[in-house]
Design a protein around this ligand. Structure first.
Ligand SMILES: N[C@@H](CCC(=O)N[C@@H](CS)C(=O)NCC(=O)O)C(=O)O
Length: 99
């Protein structure tokens, strides 16, 4: 798992009606994290990106880009939530980009 201190940018692939996405968005809000969200139903190009680069169309998926140019695609809401909760202090310092 990517060290939070090595994270450059995060984004969440999701869609509104997905309950697992809703749970993940709720935790992001509770933790006060500013993570750009990419709705794969509103913008099919995001779904294509997710499938081609992440390997699966399943949402939610957290895209983790690192300072050394690597990208990790973290699937499963429980794993995403666990990662965000464990690293919230460090991740809240991130200068996130707009989706
Ligand atoms: N166990 C997964 C379930 C996620 C899931 O079932 N997502 C659905 C939407 S609610 C999905 O992406 N379905 C489309 C697909 O798998 O391609 C989680 O907790 O994240």
């Amino acid at each position: 798992m990517t060290q939070a201190t090595n994270v450059k940018n995060l984004s969440l692939y999701h869609f509104q009606a997905c309950p697992f996405c809703a749970r993940t968005r709720q935790v992001i809000d509770l933790l006060g994290l500013d993570i750009p969200k990419k709705d794969t139903r509103l913008k099919p190009a995001y779904r294509t990106e997710l499938v081609q680069q992440g390997g699966r169309s399943q949402v939610p998926c957290l895209k983790i880009e690192t300072l050394d140019g690597q990208t990790e695609w973290l699937y499963e809401s429980s794993d995403i939530i666990k990662y965000l909760r464990a690293n919230a202090d460090i991740l809240s310092e991130l200068n996130t980009q707009t989706a």
